[in-house]
Design a protein around this ligand. Structure first.
Ligand code: GLC
Ligand code: MG
Length: 708
């Protein structure tokens, strides 16, 4: 890795399951499987690439007695210097991924702080699976970094399988949160500049279900296999540590071996393999069967799915009376997995992957790398792998007879066996190394990184967030604007010092109206727009709104009910449609006729309406969700960018500025302030300037020594 900052910073997001470099617990539960292995290996190999100087994998920090302490450690390094960073979100205990949804916004916030603490914005964010896809879409939006998405498995597919099994749509959603997941996948596909898949079939057949699917974004890059770990073994079989584990089951342990390795999961279809073997006498004559289906203590205590698979397996062995012919070792270390392949290869066997569906089929690559021929299901991944490697046969996974015959051919046709073994060993180097994968990957990153840095994204310069620690927030009407000479002086100040602070406006106007008036007056474009009295937040230069904020404030918002009640209130008239927003209902009020905010608040309370009523300039009346206001929006922005409150200065003149002025953030009320601010006199954090309009802001800058 280059030591400077010229190289790439690649951030991978893979947030579920148990993720650690040192002895990953692959197969321990359904969240800790192929994806975890994939991201760990991608991470480690990215770290090796000469153009990458920070390869980082973000995952979840877990504090839970039921799992190892390793998952609570903030940072872990891979052998080649990849960084695993664990960030907390939601409860600290270990959670199933289906339970993540309410907490993902927090992760976005934590990631922004993390980026700030690293002191550097990633060049690319690569999100894995729907949950991280959601987080990555938000994050890429805020920091102006392009996104890559890899679904690994997709919600539409899962839903289809569940429906086929007779599960209802409602049930599927309740147990698996399928709708949230599909929505997140749609968002990720829309935001992503590229979608990386392992196979072509996955690209067309699975992503094709999505509205935001664009074939042009797809890049097929199969993962690699560790060829220094998975290789052809040349020594005697008895020297392999797994030999004894297997031999104790078998009458003739040195016969050819048919090997299957998978999780004890129904999808993996071990039972059909047992039927294939059990019903084929010639095959039983020719070979033993070895089934490695994870580790087990006591089957009775395993999760119901695994329990069923393992009991079915034992039942089939009994039914076909396969004693002495089938081995199903109870336990092994993860480093020993390779030896099972090597053992079966030395015994001139074949490897079988009978899974009902197989999006990729990493075990097939591992087998191929040790030189053992393969019989595999004729689904997506295996079709492409065997197409490239030319080292075996594809079978229909539901046809036990055909499966048995294919395996028999593999173990008895010696010439074919040799030919397959050789082809596999040659072709795996051509198609399935991490080195090749990462080379393609970095080329892709370099391509999309440049497109985006042309300003496609939101913040004017992502550098500002990490480099700048101060923020000036000002109201527009009657604060920033109102006196042209004062504004002139403000712009001079801006030009001289704007490198030192984030410039933010907070206004009652809508975005377009704010933008228009600032343009007209020659005010430089702010970095952040808080508009419609704090109910909307936008970031330049594309001015995309902060949808997290909208979701946050939108809870419990009942605009129709409010409008209905307001119809009967005397002395108020609705503002024109330009003043009405999704989270802001606005009126003009007549001081003489209007009953006042206190009484209106009571009416709302009685009607069980939660809303905020704000009056300004003795003529405007705004109704907002309780969580919306200029002050709360300023705090949300400050929190998001980790700007300490004491480094912020807010300036305003009227009622809708009150809550940003009366908190812990230093504030200045300009000299021409309106009556509503009178009650803030004497408050510690409000400086009442003698100077009017923008001169008042500059006076505040001096008073608080805002520029150090
Ligand atoms: C701006 C808005 C208006 C709002 C007022 C007070 O003038 O256009 O809708 O009522 O500010 O917040
Ligand atoms: Mg104002």
């Amino acid at each position: 890795m280059p030591s400077g900052r010229d190289g790439l910073y690649v951030m991978l997001l893979s947030i579920h399951g148990l993720v650690r470099w040192n002895e990953p617990e692959l197969g321990r539960d359904s969240d800790t499987g192929g994806q975890v292995k994939y991201v760990l290996e991608l991470l480690d190999n990215l770290a090796l690439h000469e153009k990458v100087d920070r390869a980082e994998l973000i995952t979840r920090q877990v504090f839970d007695k039921r799992v190892s302490d390793d998952y609570s450690v903030k940072e872990e390094l891979t052998d080649n210097g990849g960084i695993i960073s664990r960030l907390p979100f939601g409860p600290s205990r270990y959670l199933k991924k289906e339970r993540f949804w309410p907490y993902l916004d927090t992760l976005v916030e934590n990631l922004l702080r993390h980026i700030k603490s690293v002191g550097r914005v990633p060049d690319i964010i690569h999100a894995h699976y729907a949950d991280a896809g959601f987080v990555g879409s938000q994050l890429s939006h805020y920091v102006g970094v392009p996104l890559i998405f890899t679904g690994h498995s997709l919600g539409h597919d899962k839903l289809r399988t569940l429906l086929e099994k007779g599960v209802s749509k409602d049930e599927a959603d309740k147990t698996y949160n399928i709708n949230r997941r599909i929505k997140a996948e749609e968002t990720a596909l829309r935001f992503a500049k590229a979608v990386v898949t392992s196979t072509k079939q996955e690209a067309t057949a699975q992503y094709g279900d999505y509205q935001n699917f664009r074939p042009k974004k797809i890049h097929v890059m199969p993962p690699g296999v560790y060829l220094d770990k998975f290789f052809k073994y040349k020594g005697p079989v008895k020297k392999l540590s797994v030999y004894d584990k297997v031999a104790r089951f078998l009458d003739e342990p040195d016969k050819p071996a048919v090997l299957a390795i998978s999780r004890a999961d129904e999808k993996k279809n071990i039972t059909t393999l047992l039927d294939a073997y059990g019903q084929n006498k010639a095959l039983q004559e020719a070979a033993n069967l070895i089934i490695v289906a994870g580790n087990r203590e006591d089957i009775a205590e395993m999760p119901s799915g695994a329990r069923k698979v393992l009991s079915d397996m034992l039942r089939k062995i009994d039914k076909y009376d396969l004693y002495g012919k089938v081995a199903y070792p109870k336990k092994h270390q993860s480093e020993q997995v390779v030896e099972f392949y090597q053992l079966a290869e030395r015994l001139n066997g074949v490897f079988v992957n009978p899974a009902l569906v197989e999006p990729f089929g990493l075990t097939i690559l591992e087998a191929t790398a040790t030189g053992i021929p393969v019989v595999a299901t004729n689904d997506g991944g295996p079709t492409e792998i065997l197409g490239n490697c030319k080292n075996g046969l594809l079978v229909n996974p539901t046809d036990a007879e055909a499966m048995g015959n294919a395996i028999l051919k593999g173990v008895t046709d010696k010439k074919l066996h040799r030919q397959w073994s050789k082809a596999g060993l040659t072709n795996i180097y051509k198609f399935y190394t991490w080195k090749g994968h990462v080379q393609k990957y970095v080329r892709l990153v370099e391509k999309i990184k440049n497109i985006d840095r042309k300003g496609y994204y939101t913040m004017k310069s992502a550098k500002r967030i990490t480099g700048v620690n101060r923020m000036l927030v000002t109201d527009i009407d009657n604060t920033l604007l109102g006196c042209d000479e004062a504004l002139e002086r403000f712009i001079q100040f801006y030009n001289e010092y704007h490198d030192k602070f984030v410039f933010c406006v907070a206004t009652g106007r809508s975005l377009s109206s704010a933008r228009d008036v600032l343009k007209e007056k020659g005010v430089p474009t702010p970095d952040i727009f808080i508009t419609s009295v704090g109910s909307e937040i936008y970031y330049t230069s594309e001015l995309k709104d902060d949808s997290l904020w909208a979701t946050h404030i939108g809870e419990d918002w009942k605009p129709e009910k409010i409008k209905a009640i307001m119809k009967d209130i005397v002395g108020v008239t609705p503002q024109p449609s330009s003043g009405q927003r999704k989270h802001k209902i606005s009126y003009f009020y007549d001081e003489k006729k209007f009953l006042g905010t206190k009484k209106l608040t009571k009416i709302f309370q009685d009607a069980d309406i939660k809303a905020k009523i704000i009056i300004s300039h003795q003529q405007y009346l705004d109704i907002l969700p309780v969580r919306a206001s200029k002050g709360l929006a300023v705090k949300a922005v400050a929190f998001r960018w980790d700007i300490p409150f004491e480094n912020i200065l807010v300036a305003g003149d009227s009622g809708n500025d009150i809550d940003m002025l009366n908190g812990t953030i230093p504030g200045v009320a300009v000299g021409n302030y309106s009556e509503e601010l009178e009650k803030l006199k004497g408050r510690e954090n409000v400086y009442f300037s003698e100077k009017d309009y923008a001169d008042g802001i500059l006076d505040g800058v001096k008073y608080y020594e805002f520029i150090k």
